[in-house]
Design a binder for this molecule. Structure first.
Ligand code: NAP
Length: 423
């Protein structure tokens, strides 16, 4: 496939050896966005936490952003409400039962209904579809197919669905390089790094990327104190309001592990240059240390609308709905080292990032099942990491898997994780 001239030299290219970087991407990209505004946005997973925040940003930027497509899995009521407000060209319902239940007469006139995950994947992967940017906000491995299809069609994707990069980072980034599609980070930490690396050549002068994490609801607890924590306690995040899966991942620090793996592939950074630090206030989202010892940080209140907006308006910055820092009451930001004994997920994640190959897919699948089992009352909190570690140990590692190998190993890891019993 040929790469359109306006996309050559774009931001994912630092990840190809000896190529450019986010900053030099500006050379080939108008600072005012695409030639024609509003930018046409498809939000897949619009009924989730990220999806809702995304639509809120679009609401605040009429004339600049327009919703052309949305998808939900089971929450028909919210999907219909979103369709009525944003009047997209199409709506996709990926769960067949939910699609069967949907009253089509509630959709706005002329709005097309797509039924099932395949129909959604075909639409975002259709080169002739009128979509400038796909926001990938589906939770879990279910987000991979549609994200892949959009990139394969050479379409830019704002990736919130971290599982895509954890499972298949090298393949996904390689695909984007080949088709000229841009992978724009939505996760607040990766958006922070992306924002900090906009200077031309910046990526080549990085000494270390340090991701911050709030520490979750159980920060400061010992292993003994984590033994009997409840589902409700684990679902109570101190600073962020998010979906259930990612909230549990934050409590185990699996989320930080997933993010380190994501950063490994997104920025093509060796594991020796990646680190994480606990920052309970969740205001500083990441640090970049450069080779001369200078450290720069990106800070903003914990509000996902900023990284979502930046991915949608990049390389431009505009005034949007994001909360502002309260400078009058600001007194201190604190940092501490993560407790790697009570939260073994962090080191597990770094090992997986170093191993590459099939390890990310196994790690992700085992963790998804472990979270489901914890939320279903079948596992204790500490058993989440134990299960993931056991499934990783049992898998036979393949360093250079194809996409089909990753899908197979994902299924294998899910089976293993469902069968796992603590001895
Ligand atoms: N929330 C955050 O602040 C945050 C921050 C950084 C990254 N992320 C990442 O962003 C992604 C979304 O997170 P979230 O918190 O927004 O999750 P969420 O609130 O649980 O929403 C998930 C979305 O995916 C849809 N969905 C669920 N299962 C699906 C399936 N099998 N096929 C297709 N669609 C499916 C849901 O549809 P229904 O609701 O209609 O069932 C919903 O639209 C995750 O990968 C997460 O790690 C989230």
């Amino acid at each position: 496939m040929t790469v359109p001239a306006e996309k050559q030299g774009d931001w994912h290219r630092p990840f190809a050896a000896g190529a450019s970087d986010p900053g030099s991407a500006r050379a080939g990209f108008s600072l005012s966005g695409p030639a024609t505004l509003p930018k046409k946005i498809a939000v897949i997973g619009s009924t989730g936490n990220i999806g809702v925040n995304c639509l809120d940003v679009v609401d605040h930027l009429p004339g600049r952003l327009k919703i052309v497509g949305i998808s939900g899995h089971a929450n028909n009521a919210l999907l219909v409400e979103q369709a009525q407000r944003h009047r997209p060209e199409w709506v996709a319902v990926t769960h067949p039962d939910a699609a069967a239940r949907l009253d089509r007469s509630l959709l706005p006139p002329g709005c097309e209904l797509l039924v099932g995950a395949d129909a959604l994947t075909r639409r975002v992967g259709d080169r002739s579809a009128a979509i400038d940017l796909v926001v990938s906000a589906i939770v879990g491995a279910a987000g991979l197919e549609s994200t892949w299809a959009a990139l394969e069609a050479g379409r830019d994707v704002a990736v919130a669905n971290k599982e895509t990069l954890v499972m298949a980072g090298p393949l996904v980034m390689d695909l984007a390089r080949r088709t000229g599609a841009r992978v724009l980070p939505v996760d607040s930490e990766h958006s922070a790094l992306f924002q900090l690396l906009q200077e031309p050549g910046a990526l080549h002068r990085v000494e270390r990327l340090v991701l911050t994490g709030s520490g979750g609801p159980f920060r400061g607890r010992t292993v003994a104190q984590l033994r009997d924590v409840t589902i409700a306690e684990a679902l109570t995040h101190p600073t962020w309001r998010m979906g259930r899966k990612i909230t549990i991942d934050s409590a185990t620090l699996m989320n930080k592990a997933l993010e380190l793996i994501e950063a490994r592939w997104l920025f093509d950074m060796p594991v020796s240059k990646l680190d994480a630090i606990i920052h309970p206030e969740s205001v500083v989202h990441s640090f970049v240390e450069f080779v001369d010892g200078s450290v720069v940080a990106q800070a903003s209140p914990p509000d996902m609308r900023l990284p979502i907006q930046y991915a949608m308006t990049w390389p431009d910055r505009v005034s949007g709905p994001t909360r502002r820092l309260d400078w009058k009451n600001l007194s201190r930001w604190t940092f501490e080292q993560p407790d790697r004994v009570a939260f073994p997920a962090l080191d597990l994640g770094l090992q997986v990032a170093a191993a590459g190959g099939t390890a990310g897919a196994v790690f992700n699948a085992a963790n998804e099942v472990a979270v489901e089992r914890f939320l279903g009352g079948q596992l204790a909190f500490l058993e989440i990491s134990q299960l993931v570690s056991a499934v990783l140990l049992a898998h036979s590692h393949d360093l250079r898997p194809g996409l089909d190998d990753l899908k197979r190993i994902d299924q294998w890891a899910r089976l293993e994780a469902r069968r796992w019993q603590n001895k």
